[in-house]
Design a protein. Structure first.
Lengths: 352, 514
């Protein structure tokens, strides 16, 4: 009996120590708050072939964040960071809108546009990769440069305007439904699963972790640091490009100063909430997905509760600080200690 | 030491960790004015015993008497207050501060206006003088000193509180022979002043050079306490490993019988191989199935030469022929592809990847060689891991344990497995036996001998000359980043021969090295 109990306790301990667990708790709590504000919050409607409701909105909104969070997760595993994902998003969006606005609106046009936009995003990611791996600049600086340059490039592409375009196939990527579920979320999940399989079924994950944990030792073990870093930053660029397409296709407009603005910070948060250390090494794509979903839920909650725009950043910050505190082993052991003390003093009180 | 009561007397000390009894009824005595060595393999309980004495661990059973008084140490501060000071293996000093500041850190002399630096430096000078180190310049930043001098500064720092007991935990593991001699002068001086010194080392020579008595531990148990002069080396080793000396001895003879005569085309031939600032142009030939020893003092350029052969550093002069073909080895990936493997002397920073498991560490090089898109299946990985964990006798043989939880000797064996798994034709081992226990050392030496017998060419680097002589077919002696001599090994060659070669050269070119 005690054996079973101790095993259960051990398993509970492992779950509690798993950082992504707290992300799930946070999502549930946020949804609960929304339900208190409006008991019908979780209801899912079905009309004219697709599901609708707040949950569906959250899933739809999470797609771009999931993309950049997964890319960020791989980069962080190697001990790096990619600050340019938000800017690469706007470049991809600008390229798409600018191309589509001069075309007829056929599916072929959409496919061509998509390929060019993602190609450019990948090249920008590869430039980051070259700066980090070949030139040897610090990832923070290299991608900071790209973050500043990217938004500039987007403005040059659109001539400083917020370009709008029309293409039903392209818009379908963001607004369409398959089996009642938003296409954009399905695509995001498929891409995440593909990346996760690629990383964990091949030895890529092990190699990335090895570089992130000890770059000198892994070099001597024959791990090709340069080409792997180049790959990872390129992939991060590509995923940011996809995120940019998702973000602009839903409204078929690129807002050069707002699209993807500061989303790199959301991506970093998602990765950290998922339990991947910014110091590099062990990483968790599943955790990054949970982190991304939490960020999306948080964004929607802020809007739903009608938090004033000026107070939004503060509200977000409070939620995230509390979450990080809960995740901290040190803070939890402090709580345990206090509980134990209280239990003891109660016992003593009973004995006396 | 005759007649005086012991300054430290530990009786029946037991300490348990969850699932393990780390110490089981161990006795230990330390007298004023003696050097006492604690011997045992890795995992025998030496560190645990020291930590019990320095208050890091609480003892479960037994009693500790210091100067005749029973003590219960609640933490390191209690032990320090009782007059027990410790110098750890890794130097714990601030490299950006000066010698004087480091020595007095936390014990600065205070005046009415804060720290009185003049008095502080005077106090530091006094401490250095008692150790016979008055020649050191107190104002020099620590970073400019060699590791050996830093070690002496660390000891000076420990002596500031005038402890009655000084614990030195492997102070010599990264020092060369000269530096060890200097350290021993200081230790003897302290001993003669009546300080009781507890010394931990893996080097047998040093045990016999410095210690008065030896306590042997094995598997957390107490084996015995012996005066050094009454315990010969063979007996000591057999007491440490708990079996007779035959395993060790047969190894030496096996190697001598295998003495290899190079014939045919060399596996690797290098001409003028060098790199500015780290290695003078060197010629070198390596044959299949031979062990080439690289001997020389620390900093003589052995490691640098090995790194050039592996492409860990890029050579800027010279040509390498591999199996008769001119080959460019410019990075480790290329070297591995040409079946060359290199085990770095820096196990912690360039060898193991601490947070990966034993399995992941072991398969890393093979996997890197195959490329990430051709992963080893879990079955292949398990087979490789099982093979090398058994062959090299890694303990615990748990593939899923993070490697950082293994002892140094077992980490080294896993690394050896990592390189063997790549099936190299040429294996370069830089200090593979440094800082590991006698048993693991013997196992690694046996593995090297077996490899050579299978036709692998091995480059073997070690600071322990006896080891180089015992294992090598040929020995290259290095000094000041160049090749000094090449010796055919044979009955006439001993460690003294090599020392003589290095020393002779020094006489010819006096002052050349500085």
């Amino acid at each position: 009996m005690t054996d079973v109990a101790s095993r259960l306790a051990a398993r509970r301990g492992a779950i509690v120590r798993n950082q992504a667990f707290w992300g799930v708790i946070a999502i549930v709590l946020l949804l609960a708050v929304n339900v208190v504000a409006d008991p019908g919050y979780l209801s899912i409607g079905y009309n004219s072939g697709h599901l609708s409701g707040n949950l569906i909105d959250i899933l739809r909104a999470s797609a771009p964040i999931l993309m950049i969070a997964v890319g960020m997760c791989l980069v962080v595993a190697t001990g790096g960071i990619d600050l340019s994902v938000g800017s690469i998003m706007v470049v991809a969006g600008a390229v798409s809108m600018e191309l589509l606005s001069g075309m007829d609106g056929t599916t072929g046009d959409a496919a061509l546009t998509l390929a060019i936009a993602l190609g450019i995003a990948t090249v920008l990611g590869a430039v980051n990769g070259v700066l980090v791996s070949v030139v040897g600049l610090q990832p923070f600086i290299s991608t900071l440069v790209m973050m500043l340059a990217g938004r500039g490039i987007a403005k040059v592409i659109t001539g400083g305007q917020n370009t709008t375009a029309d293409n039903d196939s392209f818009a379908w990527l963001a607004n369409g439904y398959v089996l009642g579920v938003p296409v954009v979320f399905l695509l995001a999940i498929v891409i995440v699963v593909l990346v996760a399989l690629l990383v964990r079924r091949s030895a890529l994950g092990l190699m990335l972790e090895a570089i992130g944990m000890d770059s000198r030792a892994s070099r001597l073990a024959g791990v090709k640091r340069r080409s792997l870093q180049l790959t990872v930053y390129s992939v991060s660029g590509l995923l940011a490009g996809i995120a940019g397409v998702f973000a602009t296709a839903s409204v078929m407009t690129v807002d050069v100063s707002r699209t993807g603005y500061q989303l790199e910070l959301d991506a970093i948060l998602a990765v950290v909430i998922g339990g991947t250390s910014l110091a590099g090494g062990k990483f968790s794509i599943g955790g990054a997905v949970i982190g991304g979903l939490l960020i999306a839920t948080l964004d929607k909650t802020v809007v739903f509760l009608g938090v004033p725009a000026a107070a939004t950043p503060a509200f977000k910050a409070i939620v995230i600080v509390v979450l990080c505190l809960l995740q901290s082993e040190r803070v939890r052991s402090l709580f345990r200690h206090r509980r134990a003390l209280r239990a003891q003093s109660q016992k003593e009180a009973v004995a006396a | 030491m005759t007649g005086a009561p012991p300054i430290v007397e530990m009786t029946g000390i037991s300490i348990s960790f969850p699932g393990v009894k780390a110490l089981d009824a161990v006795d230990f005595r330390l007298f004023p004015g003696e050097v006492h060595t604690l011997m045992g393999e890795n995992g025998a309980g030496k560190s645990t015993l020291i930590k019990a004495l320095t208050g890091v661990y609480k003892i479960d059973e037994g009693q500790i008497l210091v100067a005749g008084e029973e003590r219960r140490f609640g933490g390191t501060a209690d032990a320090q207050a009782a007059g027990i000071a410790t110098v750890y293996q890794e130097v714990n000093l601030c490299s950006n501060l000066s010698i004087g500041e480091n020595v007095m850190l936390g014990h600065e002399v205070r005046g009415p206006f804060g720290i009185n630096w003049k008095a502080t430096h005077r106090a530091a000078a006094d401490v250095l003088a008692t150790l016979g180190l008055e020649q050191l310049d107190l104002r020099r930043p620590l970073a400019t000193l060699s590791l050996a001098i830093q070690q002496l500064v660390a000891i000076s720092r420990a002596m500031v509180t005038k402890p009655k007991v000084l614990i030195l935990d492997e102070p010599t593991s990264s020092l060369d022979a000269n530096e060890v001699a200097n350290l021993f002068t200081v230790i003897r001086r302290l001993r003669d002043q009546g300080v009781a010194i507890l010394f931990v080392t893996h080097f047998l020579d040093q045990v016999y050079a410095i210690s008065d008595r030896i306590t042997v531990l094995r598997n957390g148990g107490f084996v015995g306490e012996y005066p050094t002069r009454e315990l010969d080396r063979t007996t000591l080793i057999s007491k440490m490993i708990g079996k007779d000396f035959a395993t060790l001895r047969s190894l030496g003879s096996e190697r001598q019988s295998h003495h290899y005569e190079p014939r045919g085309e060399p596996l690797l031939k290098a001409e003028d191989l060098g790199r500015k600032g780290s290695s003078e142009p060197t010629d070198l030939e390596l044959h299949q199935g031979e062990v080439l020893g690289l001997a020389g003092l620390l900093g003589s350029g052995r490691t640098e030469l090995a790194r050039l052969l592996y492409g860990a550093d890029k050579p800027d002069s010279g040509t390498v022929w591999l199996r008769g073909k001119k080959t460019d080895i410019h990075n480790p990936t290329a070297a591995l592809a040409h079946r060359i493997a290199f085990s770095s002397e820096n196990r912690r920073d360039e060898g193991i990847i601490r947070d990966l498991t034993v399995r992941e560490n072991l398969v890393l090089a093979v996997q890197a060689k195959r490329g990430w898109f051709r992963p080893l299946s879990r079955k292949e990985q398990d087979a490789l891991v099982r093979k090398y964990l058994t062959e090299l006798n890694v303990r615990p043989a748990d593939p899923e344990r993070p490697i950082k939880f293994l002892s140094g000797g077992n980490q080294q064996k896993v690394l050896l497995g990592r390189w063997l798994a790549t099936e190299p034709d040429l294996l370069i081992l830089d200090e593979p036996t440094r800082g590991i226990d006698v048993g693991a050392k013997a196992e690694i030496q046996a593995a090297v001998a077996a490899l050579a017998a299978k036709g692998v060419a091995v480059v073997f680097i070690s600071s322990e000359l006896e080891e180089v002589v015992r294992l090598s077919d040929r020995i290259i002696v290095m000094k000041d980043h160049r090749k000094l001599a090449e010796l055919e090994n044979g009955p006439h060659v001993t460690a003294e021969t090599i020392v003589a070669v290095i020393a002779d050269e020094g006489d010819d070119e006096e002052g050349d090295s500085e």
